[in-house]
Design a protein around this ligand. Structure first.
Ligand code: NAD
Length: 646
């Protein structure tokens, strides 16, 4: 079951003046402003007063930690004296607590302006202290009606407070993920909150004025607070509650110290949630990931630094186990004593058995080694390459033997590569990368002929040939007359376009693969005439295997793939004022055009609009050339992009 409170949130930077409108939207005109009178918030409180204008009829600035009922009584007196009909609170969780305590007694609506990441503003929960004892209750009237999040109010939150308050939000999200009440909705919010805390805290620590990081963290606080309001919390929250109440430890700091240890305690019984948290953190293991994050941003990691006496640890464990509550892992006195001891000393929790080591410092160090690179593009490409390679290696838990095999594969690819045998292009082609590069570079112009990969057999500067000439040399095969036109995307002929053509013979070999052959054959350069046209004779291409006697061939056979390319002719078109086009025309009805992936073209080069008719004909050809038997006619118009259109 998933229930959400009917609260309204305004989120942004500079939203503070909207508080007046929000109070009016609730139909209210007599506001009491609640705060804790902290000097750090004086200016913002003054701006809020100005914004409220004549709606402001009363003020109480004595909110205190843990919402003592005596303070609430004093505020109630002020409230009644001024016939208040709306509560506006500006401050952290303590101030929000007072507004909630007043609301539950008077049923007045609340507009909360949070200035920390405690998240109380979106929960229907109130914790009050009476005679030193904290009592928590939940009721719909406690949930504030409206929250106005203004990122600008958090800019002055000192880094140590931002850290502990941010970890406070993180704790809500973490415990929501293994709560028995968790729903897909709370899971999604909690994971986003974890990720936002993990990415924003280090940025904010390094540059406290970074507004984007502040905004990220405030958003995390909202999401995590919403989780806190929707599902029950476990060991971490109860333990912090106990430590805060019984030993007077500071709220946010205690949360920060305890969280990694509570997570480590629960991890064996909540492994799925921990895996998701680790992924959201970008860490190999959740509890140590949180510990490392806290240490990275200078947060407290030891209870002894918060003033807790070692002698109190046993009593704390007794108190924490005295009342049972839902938690993923059974609470034992011995277990909790161990947890508290680790937290007291500030030990890094043990990573779960089998967890990957934390590789981030290594990755970061390698990435930082590119800092001196003057070329920003090179730096970006190397940075991402290293991050992707490290993460690939870690995700797959690559063994030293597999690493050696990969090196041997690349070495073999290097050794077999010559001027006419390019194993690395074959590798790129067979992994589809060439087609990705091609798609990125060439598929962004509509109404033009699709591009296709260059392939490994292009030779720059082929011999110029006259229109109508035969490029097949001594090769035999089914004669083919190509009648080609080049136009722009509006159908206007492109004269003077230089078109390189190359293809394989009937046995599937390119000239460069046949060392005894004299000179370039089945490759030529044509220039289009005034109508954008040229014609030539050749032979019908057939399917052929890419060279498979090297490491790429072994890879294909290891995965049960064939090495064949569908029959095609290559074209490379360059025309002044136009985008170059590299493409291929495939013989309709040819082999390897259909079928399941792995049965089709071995280099993933086929695009539907490039499959074209090589129409069978008999009898004399249009140019008067006598042909015996069947011949094929290839008629095609390439549409290329004018540069001004790109
Ligand atoms: P807090 O409200 O006590 O604030 C801590 C200190 O920070 C105060 O001195 C405050 O004046 C100061 N401060 C607040 N905003 C500031 C800013 N922007 N710049 C500088 N100083 C600023 O502490 P908190 O961590 O916000 O809230 C903790 C309290 O909230 C606890 O009592 C906790 O139990 C409660 N809480 C309740 C819920 C709930 O759902 N009921 C949820 C979370 C927290």
């Amino acid at each position: 079951m998933h229930t959400v409170g009917p609260s309204r949130a305004v989120f942004g930077a500079g939203t503070l003046p909207q508080v007046r409108g929000e109070a009016e939207r609730l139909g209210r005109s007599r506001v009491m402003l609640v705060s804790d009178g902290a000097p750090a918030l004086r200016k913002d409180t003054e701006r809020l007063r100005d914004a409220l204008g004549d709606l402001l009829v009363a003020e109480f600035d004595g909110a205190a930690m843990h919402t003592p009922v005596e303070v609430t009584e004093q505020a109630l007196t002020v409230l009644r004296e001024h016939d208040v009909d709306c509560l506006v609170a500006i401050g952290g969780g303590s101030t929000t607590g007072l507004a909630k305590a007043l609301a539950v007694r008077t049923d007045l609506p609340q507009v909360i302006v949070p200035t920390t990441y405690a998240g109380s503003e979106v929960t229907p929960v109130l914790g009050e202290t009476r005679n030193g004892r904290k009592i928590t209750r939940s009721a719909p009237e406690i949930l504030p009606e409206t929250v106005v999040y203004d990122v600008e109010l958090t800019l002055g939150l000192p880094v140590p407070m931002a850290v502990t308050s941010g970890v406070n939000a993180l704790a809500h999200a973490v415990e929501a993920l293994y709560s028995p009440d968790a729903t897909p909705v709370t899971d999604a919010m909690a994971l986003e909150a974890v990720a936002a805390v993990a990415r924003s805290l280090p940025v904010l620590h390094d540059d406290p004025s970074d507004q984007e990081a502040r905004s990220d963290l405030l958003l995390a606080a909202w999401l995590a607070g919403t989780c806190l309001g929707a599902v029950g919390m476990g060991l971490h929250h109860k333990l912090c509650h106990t430590l805060g109440g019984a030993f007077g430890l500071p709220h946010a700091e205690t949360h920060t110290v305890i969280l990694p240890h509570a997570m480590a305690y629960n991890a064996p019984a909540a492994s799925e949630a921990m895996d998701r948290i680790a992924r959201a953190l970008g860490a190999p293991d959740a509890p140590t990931g949180v510990f490392d994050l806290i240490r990275r941003v200078g947060g407290p990691t030891a209870l002894r630094d918060l003033g807790m006496a070692e002698a109190d640890l046993e009593r704390a464990a007794d108190l924490a186990t005295s009342q049972p509550y839902p938690n993923p892992r059974e609470l034992t006195r011995t277990g909790l004593t161990g947890l508290l001891r680790d937290a007291w000393q500030g030990r890094r929790p043990q990573a779960a058995a089998g967890a990957l080591p934390d590789l981030r410092p290594l990755t970061d160090e390698v990435v930082a080694s590119f800092d001196g690179c003057a070329d920003p593009r090179l730096r970006q490409l190397l940075t991402d390459l290293v991050r992707t390679l490290h993460s690939y290696t870690a995700r797959n838990d690559l063994t030293p033997l597999e690493w050696q095999q990969a090196i041997a594969f690349l070495t073999e690819a290097g050794h077999i590569t010559t001027v006419t045998r390019q194993e690395f292009i074959l590798l790129s082609d067979t992994l589809g990368m060439s087609s990705v590069v091609d798609a990125l570079a060439n598929s962004r112009t509509p109404d033009t002929t699709s591009s296709a990969i260059l392939g490994p057999f292009y030779v720059a500067g082929p011999p110029a040939a006259d229109h109508g000439s035969d490029i097949a040399g001594d090769f035999t095969g089914t004669p083919m007359l190509a009648d080609i036109q080049v136009t722009d995307q509006d159908g206007e002929p492109v004269a003077g376009a230089v078109v390189d053509v190359w293809q394989s013979n009937e046995d599937g070999f390119y000239d460069v693969q046949l060392p005894d052959l004299d000179g370039p054959v089945l490759r030529a350069r044509f220039t289009t005439d005034a109508d954008g046209r040229f014609t030539f004779w050749s032979i019908l291409p057939s399917e052929y295997p890419i060279p498979d006697d090297g490491p790429v061939g072994k890879m294909l056979s290891a995965v049960g793939r064939h090495p064949y390319r569908a029959p095609h002719v290559h074209f490379l078109i360059n025309a002044p004022g136009h985008q170059p086009l590299i493409t291929q025309l495939f013989v309709r009805g040819g082999a390897y055009l259909d079928g399941v992936p792995g049965q089709r073209d071995a280099v993933f080069g086929v695009k539907d609009d490039l499959i074209t008719d090589f129409t069978p004909r008999t009898g004399p050809a249009p140019d008067g050339r006598p042909v015996d038997g069947e011949w094929r006619l290839l008629e095609f118009t390439f549409r290329i992009a004018r540069l001004d259109q790109h």
